[in-house]
Design a protein around this ligand. Structure first.
Ligand code: B12
Length: 218
């Protein structure tokens, strides 16, 4: 199957919530030695974005979204170890990432974490529903350069603001760059809470993280 076909099949598998199909596509990508990044970004992730639209238009119900989310997780779990990691050794910087407290959406955050790792960052992924204290604790422990927080709901975005304040209170705000993202977040919000950066999608997130590191060079 051509890469183009694999990409459109990947989109379809997520929209259909078909975990078996998603697994099959991921395994084909691995068997044929195709770089998974394109299939994840242009295929599986686009499928999930379509599902989001269908859910917003009330054409999909929550159980359908869950099936799609499971298929997406399965594909990423299979593909992540096969993303070429030649840049991994460079250790461009250290990132602590998580989805804020009260929010269990983690598909986009996992994509961002995976790609940052692929592009040379040491990434500590705290998972989802992460309390502020955990972000602070880990940031100190690994001496992070970047703290990245995801929020997908208008009700949980406030966690990003609280994180900015907690970094100040802990006396480490000047030492780290705070990057925020997630479907609910905008550049305006990022400016409003004093974050250092915002990215709408994963490629931009990686660019921003790289930008942060070169800015902090002497
Ligand atoms: C999948 C999904 C779920 C799944 C989550 C599974 C999982 N493991 O993540 C399930 C079914 C569990 C779920 C549950 C709920 N959901 Co939901 N969900 C979605 C849905 C359809 C898609 C999200 C997604 O995965 N998108 C695909 C990924 C690839 O995109 P992404 O997350 O935006 O990430 C990209 C960028 O945002 C960015 N990014 C993401 N994180 C970060 C972080 C940083 C630092 C940076 C720089 C960039 C970045 O890069 C990513 C890749 O390009 C959205 C709809 C939508 N339009 O977003 C609703 C949505 C987020 N959910 C919503 C709601 C309300 C809920 C529930 C409350 C529903 C309920 N009644 O129970 C619960 C919440 C539970 C909780 N406490 O969190 C609402 C939120 C409304 C709002 N504005 O507050 C949405 C918007 C749907 C809607 N239109 O109503 N949900």
């Amino acid at each position: 199957m051509s890469t183009e076909n694999l990409i459109s099949e990947a989109i379809r598998s997520i929209v259909d919530g078909d975990e078996d199909a998603a697994t099959k596509i991921a395994n084909t990508v691995i068997a044929e030695g195709i770089n998974p990044i394109g299939v994840i970004n242009d295929g599986f992730a686009q499928g999930m974005i379509k599902v989001g639209d269908l859910f917003a238009r009330e054409e999909y119900s929550l159980p359908e979204v869950l099936l799609s989310a499971d298929a997406m997780q399965k594909a990423i779990d299979l593909l992540a170890p096969h993303i070429p990691g030649e840049e991994l050794e460079k250790k461009l910087g250290t990132v602590v990432i998580g989805t804020v407290l009260g929010d269990i959406h983690d598909i986009g955050k996992r994509i961002v974490a995976t790609m940052l790792e692929v592009y040379g960052f040491e990434v500590h992924d705290l998972g989802r529903d992460v309390p502020i204290e955990r972000f602070i604790e880990k940031t100190k422990e690994v001496n992070a350069d970047i703290v990245a927080a995801s929020a997908l709901m208008t009700t949980t975005m406030v966690g990003q603001k609280e994180l900015e304040e907690a970094l100040q209170e802990a006396g480490i705000r000047e030492k780290v760059k705070l990057m925020v993202g997630g479907a609910a977040v905008t550049q305006d919000w990022a400016d409003q809470i004093g974050a250092d950066g915002y990215a709408e999608e994963v490629t931009e997130a990686v660019e921003k993280a790289r930008e942060f590191m070169s800015l902090s060079l002497p």
